[in-house]
Design a protein around this ligand. Structure first.
Ligand SMILES: Cc1ncc(C[n+]2csc(CCOP(=O)(O)OP(=O)(O)O)c2C)c(N)n1
Length: 643
């Protein structure tokens, strides 16, 4: 969209040159601005995909923050950051907003490298209070006086990290404002004791009924009962505050303000102005509606939490191609249900992502054996370890990137005790538009060195089924990592098989070299081998490794001794990944002397956002990249730089 069109269609937004411009707008202008922000977010996300409902829910909250705080001076830390689209629009990114989440475009999350108004990089949840407290401590050490504000959702408040931050903040007593954006939703409905506590709205009628009943009980206490009852009758306010969420945060020595209506801009502005003048840690509890202002998102906030392209008029998903293939996630979910029918010990655990990890169907079929623990990946793993210690077969389904949180739990609670916990790492590899905070490219490296852990990666849907069956039959911990997105349409197995542990399979014969590929890179490797044959007449073998641990050692050594060259391909960082494992094996067994060897994988950089296809092409991890590497390796000119 040109600047001129922007000015015509979004005049209020286009007129903003600096975030503080909202401070001089009158109420009418602000109402129009809010409408334009919502319209712009809906229009853009309908074509780029993204986190629609969370961002629509905080339009007034964002405007109020910018009316009271100046991000050129004050620090605003968004938790997760998926709700910061309005903030992006008001802090200088209007003209680039159409590039949201696209290759070389602006990120879907706050990024300090993108804007001086983004004060902290985010994507994983529940970091805002800790980061904001660090900023407040740095401010005080530097004798500065700016405000620091953290904005955290009720879903993100389920993580222990948030309480670690609250605890220290209350102890230090520093000036810090935490805005709790309570929409009663995580991605799905929020879970746990805290969420029901927060959402306990005390109506006047409830308070009166409670008082009546309590009074009757008190009056029955001999001698002092009447006095206590009279006192309690006079203190409706203290009764109310005693039973509101304030008591929780006040226990952390926060001054609690709320709950307040989160779509009332004037009220929000007043409250923020007052809070700015108070000392010590303050928590402002704001009630918002997820998806506010867009009916389809208000009705179905879970679907519109993070959504693909859709028709803005109706909210109906845009279909690009008639595609009925299941995703890896769906195959995982349905296969787990099949296996759980036969084995009552199987239980499933998600950390606030039943839909994203494909466990909705399991939760409906086996409600007693399904646990949503909230955004608590660390707890999920230790909870699973406890279950496994009592003979259950827990399956923890978590995105690869979020399992990073649970490294110590995997080492100390699961693997050290050799417990039969299966970690199902969805979104292993490049995830696409969510970008650097979400790519699952470190898992093989952070898991491979842990004793007792078996690690597998399927190349297609039936192999995922077989690997899940293999994991369920295995005694000991297992990690199974599979990619985001569709499989290849390979027919599903009615009855998944148990695979021989530590064995790969030769998919294509050849004597001019071998590609050793893992998981999602096996099929592009096969295509590259075919094309290589068509171009050169030479035949390279393709070996599907299946296991990262235990490695198919004997098969790899046999290939190394018979082939002139070996190309290892994975969608993990090169450092410490699958290719490193193969290289270590060959070096340790003296099998490298005559072998030309090269690895393809993710280089030592944080990969940005873009579609999976674009990113794979850019990193040389698609068919053409593998083909090119094959040419250079088989010609004997392997470049030093693997990518
Ligand atoms: C450590 C971690 N686990 C899981 C996620 C995936 N995730 C993104 S947003 C979200 C829900 C956040 O809920 P809330 O904080 O209430 O924000 P809302 O979307 O409701 O505004 C989840 C589970 C994440 N970003 N980080």
């Amino acid at each position: 969209m040109t600047l001129q069109t922007l000015q015509e269609l979004f005049p209020m937004l286009a007129a903003i040159e600096h975030p503080s411009d909202v401070q001089t707008m009158n109420e009418k202008e602000l109402t129009r601005l809010g409408e334009e922000i919502r319209r712009m977010i809906i229009q853009t996300v309908s074509t780029t995909g993204g986190h629609l409902a969370p961002s629509l829910g905080v339009v007034e909250l964002t405007m109020a923050l910018l009316r009271v705080f100046n991000p050129a001076r004050d620090r605003i830390v968004w938790d997760v950051g998926h709700q910061a689209y309005a903030y992006k629009l008001l802090t200088g990114r209007l003209e680039r907003f159409h590039t949201l989440r696209k290759l070389d475009g602006i990120s879907g999350f706050p990024r300090p490298s993108e804007s001086p108004f983004d004060h902290f990089g985010v994507g994983h949840s529940s970091t805002s209070i800790s980061a904001a407290l660090g900023m407040a401590a740095a401010r005080d050490l530097a004798n500065q006086s700016h405000n620091v504000v953290a904005v955290i959702g009720d879903g993100s408040m389920t993580a222990g990290l948030a309480y670690e931050g609250l605890n220290q903040a209350g102890g230090l007593g520093k000036d810090l404002i935490v805005v709790l954006n309570d929409n009663e939703m995580s991605i799905s409905r929020n879970v746990g004791a805290l969420s029901s506590f927060l959402s306990r709205k005390l109506s006047k009628r409830w308070v009166q009924r409670f008082k009546k009943e309590a009074e009757a009980i008190m009056r029955q206490i001999p001698k002092i009962g009447d006095d206590i009852a009279d006192y309690a009758r006079r203190s409706e306010d203290s009764l109310k505050s005693f039973f509101t969420p304030g008591m929780l945060f006040e226990a952390f020595r926060f001054t609690y303000i709320g709950p307040i209506k989160g779509h009332d801009l004037r009220l929000l502005t007043n409250v923020f102005e007052q809070a700015r003048e108070l000392e010590g840690p303050i928590l402002i509890h704001v009630l918002t509606k997820k998806g506010k202002g867009y009916e389809p998102a208000e009705t179905n906030p879970t679907y519109f939490h993070g959504v693909g392209c859709f028709e803005p008029e109706t909210g109906i998903a845009r279909k690009f191609a008639a595609c009925s293939l299941p995703t890896f996630t769906e195959v995982f979910g349905s296969t787990l249900c099949t296996l759980a029918e036969k084995d009552e010990r199987i239980v499933a655990i998600t950390a606030a992502m039943p839909e994203g990890t494909g466990l909705t169907c399991f939760s409906e079929r086996f409600p007693d054996r399904f646990f949503d623990v909230g955004i608590c990946e660390q707890h999920a793993v230790t909870f699973a370890a406890g279950l496994a210690s009592q003979g259950m077969k827990p399956v923890v389904a978590v995105y690869s990137t979020f399992m990073q949180r649970s490294y110590d739990q995997v080492v100390h609670d699961v693997c050290l005790q050799n417990l039969s916990v299966t970690l199902c790492l969805d979104r292993g590899g490049l995830v696409g538009e969510d970008g650097a905070t979400h790519h699952g490219v470190f898992d093989l490296s952070y898991l491979r060195h842990i004793p007792n852990l078996m690690i597998m990666a399927p190349r297609n849907e039936p192999e995922l089924q077989n690997m899940l069956a293999t994991a369920m039959a295995h005694e000991g911990p297992v990690a199974l990592r599979y990619p985001r997105g569709l499989g290849e349409g390979a027919p599903l197995a009615d009855c998944p098989e148990i695979l021989p542990v530590g064995q790969g399979e030769l998919l294509r014969d050849g004597s001019d070299g071998v590609i050793v590929a893992l998981g999602s890179r096996v099929n592009p490797a096969l295509e590259a081998a075919r094309l290589f044959h068509a171009e050169t007449g030479r035949d390279v073998a393709v070996f599907n490794a299946r296991f990262v641990k235990p490695l198919p050692e004997e098969q790899l050594l046999a290939l190394a001794s018979t082939q002139p060259c070996m190309l290892v391909v994975e969608e993990n960082v090169l450092q410490g990944g699958f290719g490193s494992a193969v290289l270590e094996l060959l070096a340790d067994r003296d099998a490298l002397a005559k072998l030309r060897f090269k690895r393809l994988g993710v280089p030592d950089i944080f990969v940005e956002h873009g579609s999976q296809k674009e990113l794979r092409a850019r990193l040389g991890l698609n068919r053409d990249g593998i083909l090119q590497a094959l040419h250079s390796l088989s010609g004997g000119h392997a470049s030093k730089n693997p990518v």
